[in-house]
Every structure is written in structure tokens, then in C-alpha cells.
Design a protein around this ligand. Structure first.
Ligand code: AMP
Ligand code: ZN
Length: 665
């Protein structure tokens, strides 16, 4: 078999596995086997760039940065939907259809209304060529690079289905992934995202497609715009789209008449809470494409479709108490303790109140009867107060002024939604929270030590901070409750072993507010050692790519605190890695400092990603678009003609791959 055939074979195979995993949810090979194949393909593509394909499965990892998303005009307009809220509304709608079409029997399809951001996918010759947001329906933003990272969207489809067409669907964030993302945010002291829909649509506009690739986004399809007119009914078009590899939920159903439509509505009004994603209603469509064409559109929406909105499931119950939780960063979260009540199949006892502003806005008070709603979030929300049931002696809520655990007066800085307990080193949940973060898997990854043991060690007075972990001995921990000799030894070994964890993870482990995994990586790479970072000024910090005022201030504040400096010095003395390794250091220089590069075309000696990494490792910056700020364009084979023209226009120097390698050697 020649190289080209092997490449094609791998691409076909990997496309099939992506489909099995992300669309059918039935993988047939292990993640490991998948990785081996994708690596083989990546290596072949790097070695034989003449077989580059923008729709290869290797393109799913992202990496391209888009500064400004291009506005493009939709080939055919993306309409909105008319809404209905009751059975009567639907009956009226059907009457209109009867009148307009002059027929008695109309068949419908029912689909769930997926709650996310709409997207228009354009395929030419079976290949995905662009993905554009709805925008105002006439023009949207081209977010193709980001969309390609969503594994359930086929990049190539069999042209038997249709060759030139547009497929429309909704980009959603399933609840499980959304909740997981929020747990991670809370972990670095960020406010959690409010709901999956906004987070999904926000994700489409992220500049770094590699970031998008990390988000567990999905795409559910609901409409084919087919110039070839292959299908007679809406159902047939979606059924075939599903066979062609698109994720068309099997909740889609043909209904012979309005009766069956109403049954569908009733069923999903109850069962929608069991779905892995959010839905706020049902979309009913006339099934016949011919009828659809006869009915046409109003200025705003198709006449052949209507959305039916579910009533949000809400219950009312009494608010017994507002309590306050203290997080690792000292952030205070008010929690409503409710009279237990049944909501969407579960007993609810607690609801989130977010922060002081939220309490004030809703004017919720202890003793009030409140409306509680359950969205996709882990804990339900309070939506409002039933003022008719407010007790006569009710008093406005006075937000906590002191920490519920250590009784220190709370502070709230300008622009912060939350109150904080400033007693960082003396407040138990903050102390144990920081240590728990320090030992967690993505940080120091200490085996043999869990969250509960941390609390126990703290309670017994054996540790007051994460540096104390390194002073622990087996003899000290054996007497602890439920601690066998073997587990004591495991724990001490795990702590010892964490001294090998690389600097970037240690930096994340320190728990500096707003310094998550990615930021820690950036800072470690740029400053190379904790000493350099400690001495960095605000200006030096914000000069680092993607480090903004908020992070810079937080870093400075952290090291302004003598207690933190002392902790860091202790870690250093124990042998924890507080600078990047010699090996990493050897590959990094400042040779390209201050230079901005645009990379275009196909390369022979290194892959595009290796090239970009080499630029960054040598202190340069990579940008995706050519502007006056561009210093050099590294041009490979087949550089895009528009880029070439723009570069020549602005008089920017174009260099070859060899020139670039000489530059860094
Ligand atoms: P609205 O934004 O309320 O005007 O509703 C129209 C939007 O509903 C469309 O732009 C789609 O993004 C979205 N939608 C979600 N699910 C469906 C579906 N099954 N069929 C059609 N549109 C849908
Ligand atoms: Zn406190």
C-alpha cells in the first residue's frame, strides 16, 4: 500500500471511530488504540505535507487562534420560530395551516427544542467547508475552526446523502460536562458559569480553538437545506442525515395528527429531566417538504413550524435559614436552606443564592415562601418570592458581616460579586481547602492522601498549610483514626514523590487566585522560576500573552504576603520543583523576543504545531492574522494567496522554513 492510501485508510477508520464514540456512543476500540492510530496519521501528515487535508481527523485538536471572526452572509436566511404556550395555540396554528394549504390531513414531526446556540454547517462535495453562527439570521460569524473541534460533527460525509448542502443544528453543552467545567472553575476561585446555553454560545467565540477542543460541546442537528431536493419529507431528510453521520436525536418522531403531537408534548414535559441536555420545549414542523414550500415564511419565522415552550417546573416552599459556605479562596456562598420539597423527581432541601446582590435583588427573607426551579445545575435556584405569603414581622435579610467559621469580618472589594473571609491562614475551611487543592490530581497529584485525611490531619494539629505536609512522619500519622501502617507509609511516600512534579503544576498547586492550570503553564514557561515570578512587576506580568490585569494583580498580591513567601521558601528547601527543568530550559531562548509571527502553508521539517511551539519557546509570539504588527511570515508550500497579497501590501518580510530554523539556531 502506498503512503497516500495508508493516510486515507487511517482517516476513514478514525472518522468511523469518532462517529461510533461521539454520535452512537458505542466505541469499538479503546482510547489507547485510537491514540496510536491518530499518532500514526499525524506523523504521516507531518512527513508528507502534500497530503494535507483541512478535514483530516487530526485537525480536531484545534490550535488556531482567531482574533476576529469574519462576518459572512448566509446563503439562505436562518429564521427564528414562532412560539406557542398552550394546546389552544397549537389548535389555532393547525387551523391556519388547513386554511392556507386547503387540505384536511397534515402530518407533523416533533423534535425537542435543544437549548444552545444555532449553527449553519455548509458542505461542498461532502466536505465541511464552513460553520457560521445564526447572528441576526442574515449574517453570522464564521466559527469554522472552533466547530471542527466538536467530534460529533462529521467533517466529511458520503455524497450519496447529498453533496452540496447546509445542515443546521444546535451547539449544546450536555449537563454532565457543564457541571464538571463548573467544578473546575470553582476550584480556581472563579464564579461558576450560570447556564449551559450561554456557556455553549460563548465557547463558539473563544479565540483559541484548542480551548474549544477541551470543552465537551456537542451538536444536535434539526434541519437540512438541500438544493438538490433529495427528500420528500422533513423526517426522511433527518433520518438520512443520521445515517450519513450526523447526530440527529432519536427523540425525533413523526406524528400523524395533532393528537399525537399533544401526546409527544405531554410525554416530554415529564421526561425532559431525564435527558443528558437541557430542552425548553418542542418544535413541531409540517413533515411534507412540498407543504413547507407552499406555506413559506413570515418576516420572522417559517409558517410550517412552531415552538411549544414548556412551563418551567417550579415549586414553592418556605425558606428556613440562609447559611454561608466558605471556599478555599475565602469566597462566601450564601445557601438557602429550604423546607424539603419534591421538584422534578428529587427532594430539594437547598438552593443557591449566589451572592449578596442576588439576595437583595430578589429581596428574599427568612420565613418567605419562595419559588424554586431546577435547571441543569447541580443545585436548584430561587427564582422569586411569593409576597402574598410574607409574614407580617418579616425583616430584610442582613447579609453576613462575619465569617461563619472563624468570625473574622468579611470584606468585599470593588467589582467583586462575592464577599471574602480575609483570614486566609486562620480559617479552617480555607486552610484545608488549600491543602486539598495542593494535593489534587491536577496539582501535586499526591497518592495515598485524600480530602478527609487532610481534614483529620488539620484537626489533630499536624498540618496548618501545605508545606507542613513535607514534615510529616509515618510515626506521627499511624495513631490517626483508621490509619494502618501501610497506608501511613503510602501517604508519606506519595508526599515524597510529589517533589518530582514539574514547576508548572507546583505553581498551579499553590492556589493563587485566578491561576488555573493553563495560566500556571503560561507563567511557568515565561518566568521559568518562582524567583523570577515573585520579582515580576505588574507591567512585566501583563506583558505576557493572555495575562490580564486581574491575574497580574492576584499574583502580586499573593507574593506581597510574607506568609506565602515563607511557604514557598519552605517548599524550595524540601526540594519541590520551583523552576523549569534544565531540559526544558535548554530548548528555550529569548531569540525571538518582541517578534510576531504568522505561520502559513505546509512545512517539511516540522509540523505547524512544532513550528508554533518553537516560536513561543524562543520568546516570539504567534498570531493568526497578518497586520502591521506582524514581524515575519513563515511561509511553507501552498501559502494562501490572500495572505500573500496582504503581506506584500504591508511590506512584511516573508521567510522560509529554513530561514526560520537558522534564526533560532
Ligand atoms: P428562538 O431562538 O426562540 O427564536 O427559536 C429558534 C431557535 O430554536 C432556532 O434558531 C434554533 O437554534 C433553535 N432550535 C432548537 N431546537 C430546534 C429544532 N429541533 N428545530 C428547529 N430549531 C431548533
Ligand atoms: Zn473565616
Amino acid at each position: 500500500m502506498n503512503i497516500q492510501q495508508r493516510i486515507q485508510e487511517l482517516r476513514d477508520e478514525l472518522n468511523q471511530h469518532n462517529y461510533n464514540y461521539y454520535v452512537l456512543d458505542k466505541p469499538t476500540i479503546s482510547d489507547y488504540e485510537f491514540d496510536v492510530k491518530i499518532r500514526e496519521l499525524q506523523e504521516l501528515e507531518d512527513k508528507y505535507p502534500e497530503f494535507y487535508d483541512p478535514n483530516s481527523p487530526t485537525q480536531r485538536v484545534g490550535g488556531e487562534i482567531t482574533k476576529n471572526f469574519e462576518t459572512v452572509t448566509h446563503k439562505s436566511r436562518m429564521y427564528s420560530l414562532d412560539n406557542s404556550y398552550s394546546k389552544e395555540d397549537l389548535i389555532d396554528w393547525e387551523k391556519r395551516l388547513h386554511r392556507l394549504l386547503g387540505v384536511a390531513d397534515i402530518e407533523y414531526t416533533c423534535e425537542l427544542k435543544y437549548d444552545g446556540a444555532s449553527i449553519n454547517l455548509t458542505y461542498e462535495n461532502g466536505q465541511l467547508v464552513s460553520a457560521v453562527t445564526r447572528g441576526d439570521g442574515i449574517q453570522g460569524d464564521d466559527v469554522t475552526t472552533n466547530i471542527k473541534t466538536i467530534r460529533s460533527i462529521p467533517l466529511v460525509v458520503n455524497t450519496n446523502f447529498a453533496s452540496d448542502f447546509q445542515m443546521r443544528g444546535e451547539i449544546i453543552l450536555p449537563l454532565e460536562g457543564f457541571n464538571k467545567m463548573n467544578e473546575e472553575r470553582i476550584d480556581i476561585g472563579e464564579e461558576p458559569y450560570r447556564n449551559p446555553r450561554n456557556t455553549a454560545s460563548g465557547s463558539l467565540k473563544l479565540q483559541d480553538s484548542a480551548e474549544v477542543a477541551k470543552r465537551p460541546l456537542d451538536c444536535l442537528l434539526y434541519h437540512l437545506v438541500d438544493e438538490g431536493q433529495h427528500y420528500a419529507t422533513h423526517f426522511e431528510s433527518l433520518d438520512n442525515a443520521r445515517k450519513a453521520g450526523f447526530k440527529v436525536p432519536d427523540t425525533l418522531k413523526v406524528c400523524k395528527n395533532l393528537e399525537e403531537v399533544l401526546e409527544f408534548l405531554n410525554y416530554w414535559d415529564v421526561h425532559r429531566h431525564d435527558l443528558p441536555y437541557e430542552t425548553d420545549g418542542v418544535v413541531v414542523k409540517v413533515n411534507s417538504i412540498q407543504y413547507q414550500e407552499e406555506l413559506g415564511y413570515t418576516a420572522k419565522a417559517p409558517r410550517w413550524a412552531i415552538a411549544y415552550k414548556f412551563k418551567a417546573e417550579q415549586v414553592s416552599t418556605v425558606l428556613n435559614e440562609i447559611s454561608y459556605q466558605v471556599g478555599r479562596t475565602g469566597a462566601i456562598t450564601p445557601v438557602a436552606n429550604l423546607e424539603p420539597v419534591l421538584l422534578a423527581g428529587t427532594i430539594v432541601k437547598r438552593a443557591s443564592l449566589h451572592n449578596a446582590d442576588q439576595i437583595e435583588k430578589l429581596d428574599v427573607r427568612v420565613g418567605d415562601t419562595v419559588y424554586v426551579e431546577k435547571g441543569g445545575e447541580i443545585i436548584p435556584k430561587i427564582m422569586g418570592v411569593d409576597l402574598t405569603k410574607r409574614p407580617a414581622d418579616s425583616q430584610p435579610t442582613q447579609y453576613a458581616t462575619h465569617c461563619p467559621v472563624c468570625h473574622t469580618e468579611l470584606v468585599r472589594t470593588e467589582g467583586d460579586a462575592k464577599h471574602y473571609c480575609p483570614n486566609e491562614f486562620g480559617c479552617a475551611p480555607q486552610i484545608t481547602g488549600k491543602i486539598q487543592h495542593f494535593i489534587s490530581r491536577k496539582a501535586m497529584d499526591i497518592d495515598g492522601l485524600g480530602s478527609e485525611t487532610v481534614e483529620l490531619l488539620h484537626k489533630e494539629g499536624l498540618i496548618r498549610n501545605y508545606a507542613d505536609l513535607y514534615d510529616l512522619t509515618v510515626d506521627q500519622v499511624i495513631p490517626l483514626e483508621r490509619m494502618a501502617e501501610k497506608s501511613a507509609q503510602n501517604m508519606i511516600d506519595g508526599i515524597e514523590k510529589s517533589k518530582e512534579i514539574p514547576f508548572e503544576k507546583v505553581l498551579f498547586a499553590l492556589g493563587i487566585r485566578f491561576v488555573g492550570e493553563t495560566v500556571a503553564k503560561k507563567l511557568a514557561k515565561h518566568f521559568k522560576s518562582i524567583d523570577n515570578l515573585m520579582n515580576a512587576s505588574f507591567e512585566e506580568l501583563i506583558a505576557v500573552d493572555e495575562i490580564g490585569d486581574k491575574i497580574a494583580e492576584s499574583v502580586i498580591q499573593f507574593f506581597d504576603d510574607k506568609a506565602n513567601v515563607e511557604l514557598v521558601n519552605r517548599l524550595k528547601n524540601y526540594g519541590v520543583q520551583l523552576e523549569i527543568s534544565a531540559e526544558e530550559q535548554a530548548n528555550q531562548t529569548d531569540k525571538l523576543s518582541g517578534k510576531v509571527f504568522v505561520v502559513s502553508g505546509v512545512f517539511h521539517q516540522m509540523s505547524r504545531n512544532e513550528l508554533k511551539k518553537a516560536i513561543e519557546d524562543n520568546g516570539g509570539k504567534v498570531s493568526s492574522s497578518i497586520s502591521k504588527k506582524t514581524s515575519f511570515i513563515v511561509a511553507g508550500d501552498n501559502m494562501g494567496p490572500s495572505k500573500l497579497a496582504k503581506a506584500q501590501d504591508l511590506g512584511i518580510e516573508i521567510i522560509s522554513e529554513d530561514d526560520f530554523i537558522n534564526m533560532i539556531q
